[in-house]
Write a protein that binds this ligand. Structure first.
Ligand code: GTQ
Length: 344
């Protein structure tokens, strides 16, 4: 491919005349914005060790009272994008949030969609539009765009969860903002109980629910049971994986990011298909190694890592006796809506 003319090839007075009119010549940047054959992701394969982060998170608990933090979060930032951008990938934000016994993270709602994957501790809860959702290890709790949410903690030990938001994308589109609210009254209806069996849905007054987000809490005990059932019913299935969906529509649980749970059978290797979206991996139970580009990450329980799109990823369960359970978040719903989703 021929080299295109560089910016420096243009006379200085011409470049200055362009700048004065808010103009930029395309050709010196053409290959950068439209690289040949495949994108050049800024997203660097990055690993975050829970063991290394936990003491720093607990220290944040000493240094900053909840009233001064509102949300006490250490953001898992990708150095490929620059740490100050607070993004794990183009569309994914990750944070580890600490709530101490008795603390209260007040009610607000915002345009970005969020989920919480509970990492450690018992007794905390998130109230989402009046539904009080208990937080136990491995549970997934949605706080979709526009829904009021607040976090409380009635237990006696620190609670930590992983926040996953589509904040980088919503911020990029200049649509990110929040509104503070009052403490929510609890309405007592639990979506996880009503939607417990995937095959039947409420039909109130002969009508199906019109709620955009009928199910907020996805209990880990049930998700794990589904994975174990799928694995034993289909012993030759190579990817034992489930998608977190809206039980009324069968579509992804949220609009922009996709959420999944994956079981690696004892000793199993899974070569993931090479696809356009970036992906985040978080170990719920067990241990795995993950190979991406020139990196090999050893993931123990509660560790997190990310991989750029268009890149082969290999997962290995190095335990020959026990399954490993991973939580995945990716940008598939976004890519599909944009029409750029690809499997290579
Ligand atoms: O818990 O509502 O990590 O609003 C970032 C923004 C958590 C939250 C984050 C948020 C929250």
């Amino acid at each position: 491919m021929s080299d295109l003319a560089r910016l420096e090839d243009l006379p200085l007075d011409y470049r200055q005349a362009l700048t004065a009119q808010n103009l930029v010549p395309l050709w010196p940047s053409l290959r950068g914005v439209l690289p040949p054959e495949k994108p050049r992701p800024q997203t660097a394969p990055t690993f975050w060790s829970y063991k290394a982060i936990k003491p720093l998170l607990l220290q944040a608990g000493d240094l900053t009272p909840i009233e001064k933090a509102e949300r006490r979060v250490l953001v898992l930032a990708n150095p490929g994008h620059g740490l100050e951008k607070m993004q794990a990938s183009p569309a994914i934000y990750l944070g580890l949030q600490l709530l101490l016994p008795g603390e209260w993270a007040p009610s607000h709602r915002h345009t970005p969609n969020a989920v919480r994957m509970i990492v450690e501790g018992e007794g905390a809860y998130t109230t989402v539009n009046g539904e009080k959702c208990p937080m136990s290890r491995g549970d997934l709790i949605l706080t979709p765009t526009g829904l009021w949410h607040e976090h409380g903690h009635d237990g006696d030990k620190p609670v930590v969860w992983l926040d996953v938001l589509d904040l980088p994308l919503v911020y990029y589109t200049e649509t990110s903002y929040h509104i503070n609210g009052e403490r929510q009254p609890i309405d007592g209806i639990r979506g996880d109980k009503i939607y417990k069996y995937g095959g039947v849905v409420p039909t109130r007054d002969f009508e199906r629910s019109k709620q955009a987000y009928p199910m907020i809490r996805y209990p880990w005990v049930e998700v794990k049971e589904s994975l174990l059932a799928l694995g034993s019913e289909e012993p030759t299935l190579s990817t034992v994986m489930v998608t977190y969906v809206n039980p009324e529509t069968g579509s992804d649980a949220e609009n922009i990011l996709g959420y999944y749970a994956l079981m690696l059978r004892p000793g199993q290797t899974v070569k993931m298909p090479v696809r356009s979206p970036s992906c985040v991996f978080h170990v719920i139970e067990g241990a795995a190694s993950l190979k991406v580009l020139d990196k090999e990450f050893k993931l123990s329980e509660a560790d997190t890592c990310c991989a750029p799109g268009y890149t082969p990823v290999t997962l290995v369960n190095e335990d020959a006796n026990k399954p490993t359970f991973l939580f995945l978040a990716d940008e598939s719903p976004l890519h599909r809506k944009l029409g750029v989703y690809e499997v290579r």
